[in-house]
Write a protein that binds this ligand. Structure first.
Ligand SMILES: Cc1ncc(COP(=O)(O)O)c(C=O)c1O
Length: 304
């Protein structure tokens, strides 16, 4: 692989118009990072970009990452391999690979080497000894954690933060915390940054975020809201999915119910409950992940 600039043009901002926003005197803009690239979209690209730089700087020819079988990270990483002609490896939570799963099919089509492991092995994905073994087994690889959230990811998300319009509040969906960490690192201190946790009992993520961005420990302008997971990771109510479909139809804002649907559903509730003072300018980050809809249809978790 030759030295690549790894740059895409900035994604657009969409202004949302809705009677609720008029009533509450709220300005709501959406940073459409889902449109950053047709296939390597959203926070996935933000988090991958400087990992690819790091790979080059370390003179590694490949990367190795970890993912669940329907993961947006796996999809984006696979697409990056194809686009930039990089060798890619993924340790995938198995025990077996379902070759008909649309995300797995796409990863295969991109030429990524998939290594299925049982759940017990997968649970070791952050353990130093296991990582040392893997590094010996794959010496050519730069190792990227599950979800892509590491120091390099924070650098990429900082670029996202710098591209945002003037805001009083910035909100994002939070899974592993890398995106929220990057926003905390780069947004001005007068901006309130809110992560909407998409998994149950997500309070532990606060420490993960502080590990990534130590200044977050004393910063008072961010919070992680943990009551909007709608049943837990990968779970969602019929009401939430209906909300996603309504937003697509009435606002031309496509959402999926695992990440961005939970973000906007929560945001809507918070606006209704007057969480934000009148006159607030809110920017919500659309972190992509729309490919996940194919996996939900494949598992018959949604039908339209
Ligand atoms: C579409 C989408 N949005 C948000 C997130 C959460 O981002 P983070 O893991 O950085 O908290 C993810 C997962 O990484 C995702 O796939």
């Amino acid at each position: 692989m030759s030295c690549m600039p790894f740059n895409f043009p900035e994604s657009p901002i969409q202004v949302i118009s809705h009677p609720l926003l008029v009533e509450k005197q709220i300005t709501l803009q959406v940073k459409r990072d889902d449109l950053l690239h047709p296939h390597i979209s959203g926070n996935k690209w933000r988090k991958l970009k400087y990992n690819l730089h790091a790979m080059q700087q370390q003179n590694k020819s490949a990367f190795l990452t970890f993912s669940g079988p329907f993961s947006n990270h796996l999809y984006a990483a696979s697409m990056a391999c194809k686009l930039f002609k990089i060798e890619g490896h993924a340790i995938v939570r198995g025990p077996q690979l379902d070759e008909n799963n649309p995300t797995i099919r796409m990863a295969h089509a991109c030429g990524v080497h998939l290594h299925a492991v049982d759940r017990a092995t997968y649970r070791m994905r952050n353990q130093p000894d296991y990582l040392t073994d893997l590094q010996q087994q794959f010496p050519q690889c730069h190792i990227i954690p599950e979800g892509g959230s590491n120091q390099e990811a924070v650098l990429g998300v900082k670029e996202l933060a710098q591209s945002l319009p003037k805001s009083d509040y910035v909100l994002c969906a939070t899974g592993s915390g890398g995106t929220l960490a990057g926003l905390i690192a780069a947004c001005d201190e007068h901006v309130n940054i809110i992560g909407i946790a998409v998994l149950k009992q997500a309070q532990y993520l606060e420490q993960e975020i502080i590990n990534l961005v130590p200044e977050a420990k004393h910063a008072t302008n961010w919070q992680l809201l943990c009551d909007h997971h709608d049943g837990g990771y990968g779970k969602f109510s019929a009401e939430l999915w209906q909300f996603c479909k309504t937003m697509k139809k009435t606002q031309q804002l496509p959402l999926e119910p695992i990440y961005t649907g939970k973000l906007f559903f929560a945001l809507w509730q918070l606006i209704e409950q007057d969480f934000f003072p009148r006159g607030s300018r809110i920017t919500a980050i659309h972190t992509g992940g729309l490919q996940g809809l194919d996996g939900l249809r494949y598992r018959q978790l949604i039908f339209d």
